[in-house]
Write a protein that binds this ligand. Structure first.
Ligand SMILES: [Cu+2]
Length: 136
């Protein structure tokens, strides 16, 4: 037990050390006992953490989107109607919103924030983008 904890700490610490330059590994979402795939995503300026989630097709997904920004509003857009994905959700600064959907088709689908101030690049262009990987 102690060894496993130490190992886990080492993995977490090395992950933190690399966070700045190496993309985090994909996050495989677990299926809860009630069959729902639940995960949380933190929204900051300008990133989603985690930014790459893996879920299974045909099972409901619940994403808890939590903004940790002080002023800047963000959103979560995932539009792939052919895969059952039509999400356009605003998340105000400091707010938490839950979105529910069931992906119907395997694939790799981008999600992003399209907020922008007039004449400035969008948040997506500043790197606020992630991927939902739907597996068989
Ligand atoms: Cu944004």
């Amino acid at each position: 037990m102690g060894t496993r904890l130490a190992l886990l700490s080492a993995v977490l610490l090395s992950g933190l050390a690399q966070a700045a330059d190496v993309p985090a590994p994909p996050f495989a979402v677990q299926v809860d006992e009630d069959g729902v795939q639940r995960a949380g995503i933190q929204l900051d300026s300008y990133a989603y953490v985690p930014s790459h989630l893996i879920v299974q097709a045909g099972k409901p997904v619940e994403l808890t989107l939590t903004s940790v920004t002080f002023i800047t509003p963000h959103n979560f857009i995932l539009l792939e109607p052919s895969a059952g994905l039509t999400i356009e959700q605003d998340i105000g600064s400091g707010k938490t919103v839950i979105v529910k959907f069931t992906p119907t088709k395997p694939g790799l689908y981008p999600f992003y924030c399209d907020k922008k101030l007039l004449f400035l690049p969008s948040h997506r262009e500043k790197g606020m983008e992630g991927r939902l990987e739907v597996r068989e």
